[in-house]
Design a protein around this ligand. Structure first.
Ligand code: SF4
Length: 330
């Protein structure tokens, strides 16, 4: 497998990650709005930059769980206690995330400097979708279940058995990346341990089990092989399905790894060439909207529906006009 470690700081653009490849496959227009807003027509750029910062409401429970677990592991690594009851921290994290999101949304509307914080603003607070008590209770229920399962499952015991100097916590400020062939690839693993004899890469999952998780973990295995010099046969990949507590280790499959390597190179090449073509052709034509309007339901780029049109020339669906939410637009 050819590659080399990335330098400190950010990867050269355009880079790729597992989630960005999936986004491109789901909707090229959404990819452009998130990763290449400078190629959009002038009147779309400001809204795309704002909306590109938003986190989908559906991902709220997952991002709270991720943050609380990572904070607890950092604390444990520094000599603190093994995580016990993380739910109070999660409640606080949820409250702070929503509070930050409201402040952030107000700053966008007022055209003020945007507040900085360790959170990503949540879509629902920006668009004013409103919360029902049931929805809040549902999110808290998922968070509580996931954290309970983490504490009662065997993953923390396995981690505890590994020497602290083998722990690999994801960097807080930058996102780790590496060169896979000639493609710069981001690989933000959740937690890992790596020694001369074994590397275990964990991924906290709050959703339902799916095959993408294994494929995504193979990308982290590629990072471990290239950056930590881990041997393929010494790596174990562990998707931790927090809703059920299942955490089955997987070997690294040579076939999956080769297919993923090809996919990375092809997608990256395609994106480089398509971005290059925007110098001469309309970027909206080169990065079309998704064909199936029902796919737009979970998308945070609502301005797309105001500016763009569905393939039939009609807006893909009716939502509140975006100018009600955004401040100034270029
Ligand atoms: S609203 Fe629909 S077409 Fe527009 S970026 Fe989102 S998914 Fe793509």
């Amino acid at each position: 497998m050819e590659g080399r470690p990335g330098s400190a700081g950010w990867a050269p653009k355009p880079s790729i990650s597992y989630s960005s490849m999936r986004l491109y496959d789901q909707c090229p227009r959404a990819w452009l709005m998130r990763y290449g807003p400078e190629c959009l027509p002038l009147n779309m750029r400001a809204a795309a930059r704002v909306e590109g910062r938003l986190s989908p409401t559906a991902a709220l429970a997952g991002s709270v769980v991720d943050k609380v677990i990572t904070d607890a592991l950092y604390c444990w690594h520094r000599g603190g206690e093994r995580p016990r009851n993380l739910f109070p921290n999660a409640r606080r994290c949820l409250r702070e995330t929503l509070c930050f999101s409201r402040e952030w949304a107000a700053a966008v509307r007022a055209g003020c400097t945007l507040p900085r914080g360790p959170f990503q603003p949540v879509e629902s607070e920006f668009y004013g979708d409103g919360w029902t008590d049931n929805r809040k209770a549902e999110i808290l229920g998922i968070i509580e279940l996931c954290l309970q399962n983490l504490q009662q499952g065997g993953v923390l015991e396995t981690i505890q058995e590994c020497a602290r100097d083998t722990w690999r916590l994801p960097p807080r400020k930058a996102c780790p990346w590496f060169w896979w062939g000639t493609s710069p690839v981001y690989a933000k693993w959740d937690f890992a341990t790596s020694s001369a004899v074994q590397t275990i890469v964990y991924d906290w999952k709050t959703g339902k089990p799916n095959d993408n998780a294994i494929s995504q973990l193979h990308l982290y295995a590629a990072y471990a092989m290239i950056t930590w010099n881990a041997r393929r046969e010494d790596i174990r990949l562990v998707p931790v399905w927090l809703r059920s507590g299942a955490a089955e280790p997987h070997l690294v499959s040579r076939t999956v790894m080769e297919a993923l390597g090809l996919m990375v190179v092809e997608r990256h090449q395609m994106i480089v060439e398509t971005l290059e073509a925007t110098r001469k052709r309309d970027a909206l034509e080169l990065f079309p909207m998704v064909q199936d309007p029902s796919a737009c339901r979970g998308c945070t780029f609502r301005s797309c529906l105001e500016f763009g049109r569905s393939p039939e020339g009609r807006p893909a669906c009716r939502i509140r006009p975006v100018h009600e939410f955004h401040g100034k637009r270029s």
